[in-house]
Design a protein around this ligand. Structure first.
Ligand code: SF4
Length: 375
């Protein structure tokens, strides 16, 4: 087995490598698309299971710690830097197909052992968790502020809604307290506003950002609900009874509305918070591209690592197989300098922000969520 795997996480600026401490995730979040990823689907522990079973099977990875010790003999920080991308910084993400601080960790302590080994070896790590159980290891993390980034997902600050969608994860309130405590100890923190729900307005985005800004986060990632696998159906099934209006709104989104909503949400975030570390996470599969105008798609494209298209525009000049977004990107690369592209994208984002401010209609439903209709 391999403990430290190469990964495509750099596409989200999370790291270049990843360690999944556990198989499966006890938190069982209804929107989780980990079970739709090849890294889970191919595993024997998941054989015969469906996405609806996520959260029911979870266990330590056999042999992980021995494999890690073995790999660290040759996988030094220098070796990591040789393979590092500018987007991933040679960082190791713990974890990406499970939560490293799911309840199982309380007994097993494998995440703690993995972190001890990686940090002592001098590696840069990013810890991604929805749990405040990580506070148990603050003493360790505080010893390595230059190597550690600790983050949590805060899709909103509504504990009631979280109990429905993230049934076994500690509440957003607890996660926020955890980040505050980490920050007090000098541990660098970040937040992932993920997944942002289609029935939430930008007011919810503002609330989360305002809650985290005093901690001076290293990054504020934001990802709209990713419809990979059966994530949307799972969310709908979870909220149907308690939040029928929100479920109806998600039902009303076709692919084009989904793409427009993605663009407007991320453009809003970038225009308002880019200088505070806001990083947009459009879906790397670019399903949105064919539903957006060239400039809109090019705007989202800039948040993805340069594809072969962007790197080698000549190679793609025929352009027959390119999506509108990629075509727009190739055109812009020929026409403008990177600075000019950035200025144009910022102007487009500001315009989208102003338009949204003007047009946004909101209403509250059971105090749980504000609704936003796609336009
Ligand atoms: S905590 Fe993360 S990995 Fe676990 S179920 Fe939730 S989203 Fe998926």
């Amino acid at each position: 087995m391999t403990a430290i795997g190469d990964s495509k996480l750099f596409k989200k600026r999370l790291g270049d490598f990843g360690v999944n401490v556990y198989q499966g995730c006890e938190h069982g979040c209804r929107f989780c698309y980990a079970p739709a990823q090849p890294g889970v689907r191919a595993q024997p522990f998941w054989k015969g299971k469906s996405q609806a079973d996520w959260g029911t099977v979870f266990m330590p990875r056999p042999g992980l710690l021995d494999a890690l010790v073995d790999e660290l003999r040759t996988f030094t920080p220098a070796a990591a830097q040789k393979k590092a991308t500018p987007w991933g910084e040679g960082r190791i993400l713990v974890s990406f197909l499970c939560d490293p601080y799911q309840p199982l960790e309380l007994k097993e302590q494998n995440t703690r052992r993995v972190l001890e080994a990686l940090l002592e070896a001098g590696h840069k790590v990013r810890i991604q968790t929805r749990s405040d159980l990580v506070m148990r290891d603050f003493e360790l993390l505080a010893k390595y502020p230059a190597q550690v980034r600790l983050g949590t997902s805060l899709p909103h600050l509504n504990d009631e809604l979280s109990a429905v969608l993230e049934p076994k994860a500690p509440s957003p309130s607890k996660r926020l307290i955890m980040l505050n405590e980490a920050s007090k100890l000098g541990i660098p923190v970040y937040v992932a506003i993920a997944p942002f729900m289609p029935f939430h307005t930008v007011t919810v985005l503002d609330e989360v950002v305002q809650a985290i800004l005093p901690l001076k986060p290293t990054e504020i990632f934001c990802e709209p609900l990713n419809p990979k696998g059966h994530a949307v159906e799972m969310v709908l099934a979870a909220i149907a009874e308690r939040y029928p209006a929100e479920a109806a709104l998600i039902h009303s989104y076709d692919d084009a509305a989904w793409a427009q909503w993605t663009y407007k949400l991320l453009a809003f975030g970038v225009s308002k918070y880019a200088d505070k570390g806001f990083i947009a996470w459009p879906d790397t599969g670019r399903a949105w591209a064919k539903h957006l105008s060239g400039p809109e798609a090019a705007f989202l494209e800039q948040f993805l690592p340069p594809s072969t298209v962007a790197d080698n525009p000549k190679q793609n000049e025929g352009g027959k197989s390119l999506t509108p977004g990629k075509k727009a990107w190739v055109t812009m690369r020929k026409k403008y300098t990177p600075d000019q592209i950035h200025q144009r994208a910022s102007a487009a984002a500001k315009k989208a922000h102003q338009t949204m401010r003007r047009k946004l209609t909101t209403k509250s439903t059971r105090g749980a969520a504000n609704l936003q209709k796609p336009r």
